[in-house]
Write a protein that binds this ligand. Sequence first.
Ligand code: SAJ
Length: 406
Amino acid sequence: MVNVIGLGYIGLPTALMLASHGVEVIGTDYNKTLVETLNAGRTTFKEDGLDELFEAAVKAGIKFTTEYQVTDTYIVSVPTPYDKYTKKVDPAYVISAVRDVLKVCPKGATIVIESTISPGTIDRHIRGVITDAGFELGKDVHIAHAPERIIPGNMVYELLHNNRTIGADEREIGEAIKKIYASFCGGEIVVTDIKTAEMTKVVENTFRAVNIAFANELAKICRHDNMNVYEIIRICNMHPRVNILQPGPGVGGHCISVDPWFLVGDYPGLAKVIDESMKTNDGMPDFVLNRVYQVMKKEGLTDISGVGLYGLTYKENVDDMRESPTLQLLASQRHHLAAPLKTYDPYIEKDVVENQYHDLDAFLDAVDLVVVMVKHDEIINNQEKLKGKVVLDCHNVIDLPGVYHI
Ligand code: SAJ
C-alpha cells in the first residue's frame, strides 16, 4: 500500500492516478476540511479530467484520512515555499511530514519526496531527521526523490505520458519506486542519484523562466524601438535551433516563479543569468502598468477607474492564483491609486480582491480599457465583445484592429 502525504495540486492527482491503476492507496492530509470534502465525493480544485479520475480512484477503493498509515511506501507531496529574503527553499513542511511518517513507519519503509526541493536539500535537511529519530538510513528507512513534472491545465495527460526522474541512494530502491510509478506512467522513467534528481527538476523550471525572461526582455527592446516582438519571435523560431517562448505580463504559479530562486539563494554570485531573469519576470506587472498609462495617454483616457484587468489566475484556463501577475500588479498599484483596478476572472468565483466582477458583460460595461492579463479561452472565444473598447493585449491573442500590446 502507498500512503500519499499531502493531497494538494500534485499529491491528489498522483494518488488518484496510482489508485485507478491498481495500486492500493491511502491519501493523508492534515487539513481536515480538505479530507472531508474528498470523502464527501468532491475534488478540491478544477483540472481537466480530474473529476473522472477521482471517480475511477474512488471506485478502485482509494481512502482519504488525516492519519498517517503503517505501510512500506510513503510519497510526500507537501508545499516547498521559498524564503523571500534568503531565496532558499523552505523545507519545513517536508521535514514535518517526514517526522510524522517516522512515528508510524515500519522498518524497511521507503519515503519518497515528490515536492520540489533544491539540490542538496535531502542531504542537508532530511537525512539528519531520519538518523536523529534513531533509524539507520539504507537499512531501517530508505529515501528517494521523485519530482513531479506535470503542467497545471494538462495534468492528467502529462501524468500518463511525461518522462520521470527518480533519485535514490540504492539502485534496487530506485527500481522498486519506478515500478510503482510505471503502474500509470507511460513515459521513460530514469533512475539516478538523489542530488541529480533534485537538480534536474529545478533546472527544468529555471530553463523555462530564463527563456521567458529573454522573451520579456525582447518585448521591452521592441517596445522601445517600435518593433513587433511577436513577429520577430515567430520568424526566429523558424530557425531549426531557436525556440523562444512568449513575452507576457509576468510569470506566476508556484513553480517557474519560485524554483529558480532556489539556485540564486544557494549559489549567490554564480547564478547571475538566473537572478537577472527572475528580476526581469518579476518586473513585468509594473511594465504592464506603465504601458497602461501610455495607452491611456494616447487614447485620451484620464480616469484610471475605467481600466479593467481581465484575468486573476496565474495562467490560462486554471483556477490557481498563486503568484499571479494580476495580483502582483494590483499590489504594486495599491500605493499609487485610491481604489484598486477593476478585475474579472471566469475561474474565480469567490471575492478575492476589491472591485472584482463575476460576469464578463458587467465587467466590460464598467470599463473603457481592458488589459488582457490572462488568455483564458473565454476571452479568446468572445473577443467580439471587446469591440468598442481600448484593449491592451498582453498575450497577442486578440485579433481586432487597434489592439495595443506590451
Ligand atoms: N509564461 C509566459 N510565457 C510563456 C509561457 C509561460 O509568460 O511562453 C508564463 C505563464 O503565463 C505563467 C508562468 O509563465 O504565468 C508559468 O506557466 P507555465 O505554463 O510555463 O508553467 P507552470 O508553472 O504551470 O508549470 C511548470 C512546468 N515546467 C516546465 O514546463 C519546465 C511543469 O512541467 C512543472 O511540473 C511545473 O512547473 C512544476 O510543478 O514545477
